[in-house]
Write a protein that binds this ligand. Structure first.
Ligand SMILES: NC(=O)c1ccc[n+]([C@@H]2O[C@H](COP(=O)([O-])OP(=O)(O)OC[C@H]3O[C@@H](n4cnc5c(N)ncnc54)[C@H](OP(=O)(O)O)[C@@H]3O)[C@@H](O)[C@H]2O)c1
Length: 331
């Protein structure tokens, strides 16, 4: 595809410093949410645009995903620690405004959005859906008919796991969430059962649902005791995937449990695939885009905030009020 042939091209992808945000042709300043001091509110400022390099594109950003990890980065509690000041963010969608002299196609961290996928949906795919597909398929090798337990099930990653497990992999999902309202949403989005883990033992609730046999796969976003209860809910040859620690505690794995039931415990750090195995990441995101285009999956955008409301968006996530994907719109 030749960029000079198209007036504007819808793209989405992972945020990286090679993609320049909107500057309307390089002349005007653009607005950016900046973290100037860790653990302090972000500021929204006008920033002068940099010139577009030969292999760069300038993007008019329409939507950015707000991820739990963005907040950790701004608190200095994430594995990646950018130099201050920085603009947090890991995913976005938008239209190409300007291209460098050597650019003839989009590749690496950008993907073209097909007609049937909206900019809003596209912004919700890179982190949550890539992680869900990698966790369920690439790591846990989930099979049709198997039972998947997912914690923080009404969150962005949780709902993506439900969507992919039920609609792509034909697995049965037991959702686990912290309120009845969240359980209701998880059920509406395809979970067969939902357990509110604020109302008693998760392991006992799962036993009542599936019997002593247990579940085949557990995808855990919470960590701590919730991880341990999910581990204890696994069936013979069950697989548990560590995705995150929203609860703030990292559990130690009792190795005897792995031995007794031939269990596999594994992790997923989807961002690592960018450097360690890019073809897997690229294939996964292309699959998510294709599933979305075919209407097989439907990302759930829970709340849309304006760029100026970025601190409210962060608070919304940290106070566990968010359900599905939280997006920011600079428009
Ligand atoms: N490893 C990877 O590649 C990867 C990729 C994406 C995300 N993640 C991680 O996965 C986790 C979930 O991400 P997300 O974007 O899906 O988050 P999210 O949409 O904000 O969902 C987070 C949910 O975690 C639950 N939670 C439990 N204890 C909590 C606490 N003390 N504080 C806040 N929330 C708590 C809450 O649901 P309930 O009220 O239902 O408990 C909350 O809604 C994060 O740790 C994130 O960093 C990892």
């Amino acid at each position: 595809m030749c960029f000079s042939c198209v007036a504007s091209l819808k793209i989405f992808g992972y945020c990286c410093n090679r993609v320049l945000p909107t500057g309307q042709g390089g002349g005007r300043d653009y607005r950016a949410a900046l973290c100037t001091e860790l653990k302090q509110p972000l500021t929204v400022e006008e920033v002068a645009p940099s010139p577009v390099g030969p292999r760069e594109v300038r993007v008019d950003v329409h939507f950015c995903g707000v991820n739990f990890a963005d907040i950790l980065v701004c608190r200095g509690q994430y594995q990646e620690r950018p130099h201050l000041p920085f603009t947090p963010g890991m995913e976005f969608s938008g239209t190409v405004l300007e291209t460098g002299t050597d650019v003839s196609t989009v590749k690496e961290m950008l993907w073209q959005i097909p007609e049937k996928v909206s900019l809003r949906e596209a912004a919700a795919l890179p982190i949550s859906y890539t992680t869900a597909i990698l966790a369920l398929e690439h790591r846990a090798r989930t099979q049709p008919g198997e039972t998947v337990l997912v914690t923080a099930a009404a969150g962005a990653t949780g709902l993506a796991v439900i969507d992919v497990a039920t609609n792509i992999l034909q697995a049965k999902v037991i959702a686990v969430a912290g309120s009845d309202e969240k359980c209701k949403l998880a059920m509406q989005r395809g979970a067969q059962f939902c357990v509110n883990y604020n109302q008693g033992s998760l392991k006992e609730a799962v036993r009542k649902l599936v019997g002593s046999g247990g579940v085949n796969v557990a995808i855990d976003m919470v960590g701590g005791d919730v991880f341990l209860e999910a581990l204890r809910s696994l069936a013979w040859e069950g697989r548990i995937v560590v995705v995150g620690f929203t609860g703030g505690n990292i559990a130690s794995v009792p190795a005897n449990l792995l031995l007794l039931k031939n269990i596999s415990a594994m992790g997923i750090a989807s961002g690592q695939y960018r450097d360690k195995n890019f073809p897997v990441l690229s294939k996964t995101l292309s699959s998510a885009l294709q599933y979305c285009q075919q209407g097989c999956i439907q990302p759930h955008v829970g709340t849309l905030f304006k760029l100026e409301e970025v601190n409210d968006a962060f608070l919304h996530v940290m106070q566990r009020k968010s359900m599905g994907k939280v997006l920011l719109s600079p428009k």
